[in-house]
Design a protein around this ligand. Structure first.
Ligand SMILES: Cc1ncc(COP(=O)(O)O)c(C=O)c1O
Length: 394
């Protein structure tokens, strides 16, 4: 029998190649490859329309966009952030010489616990950097109230939140309109990809202009440099691809929704397994499908992780280890594990199951069956695998 192909946590979406080829032809003919070319401009306009935001600046990736967002608001000193994220969130602070201050997450959403922000504020605090983890909106109102009280800026790491909307005043509005800036990632593994890419959403044209200068070395015109900018520009190749990808993203998100619904229908009654619930008034993007495997789950999180691998299913432990456990952060006072019990429990229990549009129903069923089998003591003949040392496995 032919060996089964491994199933990864995601499979990047690509449009039919024939749809992209005419765009490539245009790039070849025009010889305009970067520096805010025609596709770049068209893609910015199309994204504003699609996402329901006013101003957007395209970037090479979200990490450079986060670094630039902090620069654009002249953030210094200390920034309150979450340990339960991809490491780029905190790295973007370090690249600006800013000290991250970690606060624990909310047990229901796994987003920054807004009630814990105030206690972490010091005279050096200038901003808050939360993430909409797995695309679940943060408690944006509560975070804004704290920011207003203490005159702090908010930069949302919205890498997971492409297309996510919330009901506000009887209307569905993009979650990206909250805070001072939001940063999206268009990395290959995201709901919407341009191979590599990212963007900053700004509330006004002046802020966008400053960001556009910063991503182009600080150049305003041929001879004027107004800031120590960086090269964060998205190329015409990526922008053209984004235009084509945009035509398919709604269908892709709908299919992800069907995959999620199929998992949920099969995993609802599994002992010791918790799925994240979400508010009725939001439009999700189904970017991830995390499950939390608590003490009542017989096989344990790492036992299931291993069993799935043996079956060719590469589920991922996003986000384990916590950012605050990495060597460059672990000595910060706010990285003390005793201060982050909820994030720590989540990191020890979480497993993101594969979710992507091309995932076949039969594979969802097979994965769900493996997960269910791990809940029963009878099927766990092998001794449960003890949690590995804090290290990235792959
Ligand atoms: C929460 C979060 N922030 C930032 C990033 C960095 O994005 P990029 O790879 O586009 O730099 C990612 C993922 O890659 C992420 O998941």
């Amino acid at each position: 029998m032919a060996a089964r192909k491994p199933i990864y946590v995601t499979q990047p979406e690509l449009p039919p190649l024939e749809e992209f080829l005419p765009y490539l032809r245009q790039i070849w003919d025009a010889r305009l490859l970067t520096n805010s070319g025609p596709f770049h401009q068209m893609f910015e306009a199309a994204l504003c329309e699609h996402l329901g935001v006013k101003h957007i600046s395209l970037f090479t990736n979200a990490t450079i966009a986060l670094v630039t967002a902090l620069q654009s608001l002249r953030i210094t000193g200390e920034v309150i952030t979450t340990p339960y994220s991809f490491v780029a969130t905190a790295h973007s602070l370090m690249w600006n010489g800013i000290k991250p201050v970690f606060v624990d997450v909310d047990p229901v959403t796994l987003n920054m616990d807004a009630a814990r922000i105030e206690a972490a504020i010091t005279p050096q605090t200038t901003a808050i950097m939360p993430i909409h983890c797995y695309g679940t909106p943060c408690d944006v109102e509560a975070i804004q109230r704290v920011a207003d009280n203490y005159n702090l800026k908010i930069i949302y790491d919205a890498a997971h939140a492409f297309g996510v909307r919330r009901e506000e005043g009887g209307m569905l509005r993009s979650v990206l309109n909250h805070g001072d800036l939001s940063v999206l990632s268009f990395h290959a593994t995201k709901v919407f990809n341009t191979f590599e890419g990212g963007a900053i959403i700004s509330p006004d044209a002046k802020t966008k202009q400053r960001i556009d200068h910063l991503k182009n070395f600080g150049f305003v015109d041929e001879t004027t440099v107004v800031a120590t900018g960086i090269n964060g520009k998205m190329s015409e190749f990526n922008a053209a691809l984004g235009l084509v990808q945009l035509k398919h993203v709604d269908d892709a998100i709908a299919r992800r929704g069907a995959v999620e619904a199929r998992y949920r229908a099969q995993l609802g009654e599994v002992q010791g397994l918790r799925m994240l619930q979400r508010d009725a008034g939001m439009t999700p993007n189904h970017s991830y499908f995390p499950v939390l495997l608590g003490p009542g789950y017989a096989l344990g999180r790492d036992g299931l992780y291993k069993r799935l691998r043996e079956e060719g299913v590469m589920a991922r432990r996003y986000f384990y280890p916590l950012i605050s456990d990495f060597p460059m952060y672990r000595n910060l006072p706010s990285a003390d594990p005793a201060l982050l019990p909820v994030a720590r429990a989540a990191a020890d229990q979480v497993l993101c199951l594969p979710i992507y549009p091309a995932l076949a129903d039969a594979d969802v069923d097979r994965i769900a069956a493996i997960v269910r089998s791990g809940a029963s003591r009878r099927s766990t003949a092998a001794a449960p695998v003890s949690p590995p040392a804090l290290a990235i496995v792959d």
